[in-house]
Design a protein around this ligand. Sequence first.
Ligand code: UDP
Length: 356
Amino acid sequence: MKIVTVVGARPQFIKAAAGSRQIRKEHTEILVHTGQHFDDNMSAVFFREMGIPAPDYNLGISGGSHAQMTAGMLTGIEEILQKEKPDALLVYGDTNSTLAAGLAAVKIHIPVIHVEAGNRLGTLDNPEEINRITTDHLSTLDFCATQDALENLKREGLGERSYCVGNIMYDSFLHFKDKPWDEPNILDFDGNKVTVPSEYYFMTCHRQENTYSDEPLTQILLAMNSLDAKTVYAVHPRNHDRAKRICEAQGLGNIILTQPVGYSDSVHLITHAKKIVTDSGGLQCEAFYAGVQCVFILDFVVWPETMVDNRNQLAKADKNDILEKLSAQQHIDPSYQPFGDGHAAEKICEIIREKF
Ligand code: UDP
């Protein structure tokens, strides 16, 4: 088969690393990068270090409103699909790139395969929820990361086209977890190498809800600064100035600000951390895979499977709430494996072979 895969944002590159490796064993894959994430440390580094083939097309579309971005991608992707005439289009997750690619394909009768389908937050206030629901419904095959997600799709009448295969991100995580961490490339804002302390907390925080003004991020950083070890905070480019300003103004000497790190460094920073504080959907799952306790700063649950035995707890962007949640002890039941066995990509390819 000829399959066009469309990616655009950091978590999609990480999923595509496992997906493309498997797809290319038996199919011809054309890779399209929409350009949503474009900095070297948000995009190119993942292609280099994860062995993702170079994109065949890069649309260079980033920024603007949701409508502007989606509209630009729609027309760009449609042109590519008309030229390449693939047998199917494959997309990951829930970004504007996912939605635009799915819509462009289905309208010209190209079957859509959606990986990481079926997740629901239950609110359309979350822009990704709209992308998720729409893409799930226009797809021919929906691959879910968990049984919960599959149940959501069954409830919406999509059971016949939906399969629970495990989380493809887990495939990538396992692939990198056992590689040696011998050459970390973690840089501070001035480009100097950071030496990671032997004991540290790891943090990422980039969602609009936590970074739209100084207040929530200040609360989170004040909590982290008061802990018994330093915090390594890998800062998303859009929060660079705010994070720096807050740390300087508050004199937060226990926070180590870094540029975004590559995937290998992210996996190892997660695996060796005392605990993790994040608002990232993907990173909370990786904390769970690594058995490292996580506090998730948001008002709603994203991966309900992780919210067991204090392994992942919701906290408000409030110093006291975060410290209280961090002080709890987690309990790990090793037999509880809601994200599959790390062979999602193989299962996806088997089902594609069967169904097409
Ligand atoms: N990640 C990374 N470098 C960083 C921060 C995160 O490689 O500096 C990885 C992280 O391990 C996870 C993914 O990026 O696999 C999460 O992406 P992001 O937080 O951008 O998206 P979300 O999970 O919120 O959709």
